[in-house]
Write a protein that binds this ligand. Structure first.
Ligand code: GUN
Ligand code: ZN
Length: 437
């Protein structure tokens, strides 16, 4: 498991990270690239980043030097929306959201009542995140407290920065998967007290989506959030047309789907709403005002036929956006493959997703969406040393294709289009190697 000198390590290779959103500062000012760079890591944190020619002469003899030839080092990827109990039914055939939940999702999530199942699944799930270069994820558990216990225990063992929460749902789901407003409150509170702020872990209050929580439960969620500053909120929003109609029929008194959550005080700067495919300008303006974020989940939105997320509209309103794989509606754990599909979603809307915007979404943008950009998402000194080593020779095709690239931008785009878990040579978290291909 974790290896290499946890005290002082210097990583030599090509270093690339985002400095800002290209939509705000333009592409050229949005990134920093050092072709022959050195990333100096001490006690799990980035101490310095710069040209090897400048930093190498200053290294003491106690530093372990690690060379990364034919590779690109970037901050670890950030997945702002994924489901732990759905890895077992990823790629399930034939349904759109509401039928997909009933047919495939709920039966799979039911298994997480069993602590042994939850423990095995949590370990495999985290292995898969790390194999794909994801060092931080915002994770839905199942309705069972055990699912989140298992996830946090495994994430703590590997010293990862992770956010997770127990699903709350007290209606419109199979009876054996329902909680109540009171037990959702009690279980979530117990999980917050045990795990929130422990190591690099944070808790997210997790009402599944408006249709599966009664107004009483949504009110409980709002109360819990108000009682625990620093805790997150995650849920789903405006993903599918039928779902939106259903929310309207359940809450005719509210002006929009978002307004259901707003009414219960669930919008804040640590609130992340998955999908937001069918939002209007008013919703986007409100999300921006509240400092809430959207998780853009292209593979899921395509797989379930939900629709095309309007990233330019979110940008116009300055809504924070991160990427979500949304496994198991999403079809890949790979943030590179998620970017590949995000590019196509933009093409279908006559828009472009520049490779440096993609880099931003996968790293610093995700960190901002999670209100964590003072700790992760870039190589800023003081940040936690979570990074990936992308392999320029990941596959024969990538090796061949990169020979025809003339710029960093082209190479990056090829990695994002052809790359997947095979492109992740190593993953490092808090200065320790947590995956080696
Ligand atoms: N809406 C409510 N629950 C879910 C879920 O598990 N996945 C997706 N994609 N949307 C949801
Ligand atoms: Zn989801």
């Amino acid at each position: 498991m974790p290896s290499a000198n946890p005290l002082r390590t210097a990583h030599r290779g090509a270093l690339l990270h985002s400095l800002a959103d290209p939509a705000e500062v333009g592409v050229e000012a949005s990134f920093e690239y050092v072709e022959d760079g050195l990333l100096l890591v001490e006690n799990g944190q980035i101490q310095a980043m710069g040209p090897a020619s400048e930093l190498l002469p200053q290294l003491g003899r106690e530093v372990t030097l690690i060379e990364h030839p034919d590779a690109l080092l970037t901050p670890g990827f950030i997945d702002t929306h994924i489901h732990l109990p759905q890895a077992g039914m990823i790629g399930a055939y034939g349904e759109q959201l509401l039928d997909w939940l009933q047919t495939y999702t709920f039966p799979c999530e039911r298994q997480f009542a069993e602590p042994a199942h939850a423990a095995t699944a949590a370990s495999q799930f985290i292995d898969e995140l790390l194999r794909n270069g994801t060092t931080t994820a915002m994770v839905f558990g199942s309705v069972h407290r055990t699912s989140v216990e298992a996830f946090f225990a495994e994430a703590e063992r590997r010293d990862l920065r992770m956010i997770a929460g127990k699903v709350m749902m007290d209606r419109n789901a199979p009876p054996d998967l329902l909680d109540t407003p009171q037990c959702a409150y009690t279980d979530s509170k117990a999980l917050i007290e045990r795990w929130h702020g422990r190591g690099r872990l944070s808790y997210a209050i997790t009402p599944r989506f408006a249709p599966t929580s009664s107004p009483e439960q949504l009110a409980m969620a709002g109360r819990l959030l108000a009682e625990h500053p620093g805790v997150y909120l995650q849920t789903h929003l405006s993903e599918n047309r039928q779902e939106i109609d259903w929310v309207r029929s359940l809450h005719p008194e509210r002006s929009s789907y978002l307004d259901v959550y707003d009414h219960h005080q669930l919008l804040g700067e640590r609130s992340v709403f998955a999908h937001g495919v069918h939002l209007c300008d008013t919703d986007c303006a409100r999300l921006a005002q509240a400092g809430s974020a959207i998780a853009f989940c292209p593979t899921s939105n395509l797989f379930l036929g939900s629709g095309l997320f309007n990233l330019p509209m979110a940008e116009r309103h300055k809504v924070k956006v991160g990427l979500g794989t949304d496994v198991g509606a999403g079809t890949s754990f790979s943030i590179l493959q998620t970017l590949n599909e995000a590019y196509k979603v933009m093409q279908l809307q006559g828009a472009r997703l520049h490779p440096f915007k993609s880099l931003y979404l996968a790293t610093l943008g995700g960190a901002r969406a999670l209100h964590l950009d003072d700790r992760i998402g870039s190589f800023r000194p003081g940040n936690e040393a979570d990074f990936v080593v992308l392999d320029y020779h990941a596959t024969p095709l990538i090796t061949q294709r990169l020979k025809h690239c003339r710029s960093l931008e082209e190479r990056l785009f090829v990695l994002m289009t052809l790359g997947d878990d095979r492109a992740i040579r190593q993953t490092w978290a808090a200065g320790r190697r947590v995956h080696q291909r």
